[in-house]
Design a protein around this ligand. Structure first.
Ligand code: 6CM
Length: 256
């Protein structure tokens, strides 16, 4: 009853996740909140290099190497009309639709469902010549974050993926090279209410997106080839993914 009362009064409601009971929870909590702060930092200051631009979408990178491997942090900003942050992060998180937009994927398995909003996932990515095939094992978590800097604004949504370990998929088995990754998608909806006081429709929605990624390829790969792959694949991913969510949500009720 109290919960329904809060919803009616449009107060912020945090849906309790069952994940806090899991041993991974302290790390999930820490990394997700760190990623949120990191995503909210701007790209000004000269450290970020613009490498792809298409309409509202801008992608930046910093060239960095660890033990001779390129681990270039990437940050992309985009604005998409007609969808909410909740819808964007939902489809980024949901394994059911991943093959609809993730073109680098060969196989995917949910190894553990920690909670509705928290999974452990193993992915096998398509091989890119001349490198060995890669896999990725990570926890994936999605949540709503109240917007404490502007109480009138819509809540922020974040989906965060971060490498982990799991007894069902040890990294030294098989011939895959395991990448390690930290990725987040942070979204905020703004609503331009209709001037005639009519109902809010998808025409009144704009979703501001920040996508951040750091991937360590885990084993030998020529740096220039890797950078060429990223330059091609990241813009392709973000355009395809955002278009997928727009198409998927079109004519559907809005999920705030
Ligand atoms: O964030 C993205 N996708 C998520 C769901 O799949 C998730 C996965 C990220 C995996 C990124 C690793 C890609 C594999 C790297 C292969 C390296 C070998 C290249 C050899 C070149 C010669 O967070 C979207 C990820 C978009 C990636 C382009």
């Amino acid at each position: 009853q109290q919960y329904l009362e809060k919803l009616k009064n449009k107060q912020v409601v945090r849906f309790p996740s069952q994940a806090p009971a899991h041993p991974l929870w302290p790390e999930i909590e820490r990394v997700t909140l760190e990623q949120l702060q990191y995503a909210r930092l701007g790209v000004e200051g000269g450290v970020w290099q613009l490498f792809a631009e298409d309409g509202e979408m801008k992608m930046y990178k910093r060239e960095e190497e660890v033990d001779g491997l390129a681990v270039d942090p990437l940050k992309a900003v985009h604005t998409v009309k007609g969808v909410t942050g909740r819808e964007m992060t939902h489809y980024f998180f949901s394994p059911d639709v991943r093959f609809e937009w993730e073109t680098t994927l060969e196989q995917m398995k949910v190894l553990e469902t920690i909670a509705d909003d928290t999974l452990v996932i193993l992915q096998i990515h398509k091989r890119v010549w001349p490198a060995s095939q890669r896999d990725a094992l990570f926890w994936s978590h999605v949540r709503r974050v109240p917007n404490d800097t502007d109480r009138d604004a819509q809540d922020i949504w974040i989906a965060c993926n971060h490498s982990t370990e799991h007894h069902e998929a040890p990294s030294n088995e098989g011939k895959m090279v395991r990448v390690s990754l930290t990725v987040c998608l942070v979204c905020q909806t703004s609503i331009e209410p209709p001037s005639d006081g009519g109902p809010v429709t998808r025409d009144h929605l704009t979703c501001k997106i920040t996508y951040c990624s750091v991937v360590n390829p885990g084993g030998w790969v020529p740096t220039s080839a890797l950078r060429a792959v990223y330059k091609r694949e990241y813009p392709k991913f973000l355009k395809r993914f955002t278009q997928y969510v727009k198409d998927r949500c079109d004519k559907q009720p809005i999920l705030f």
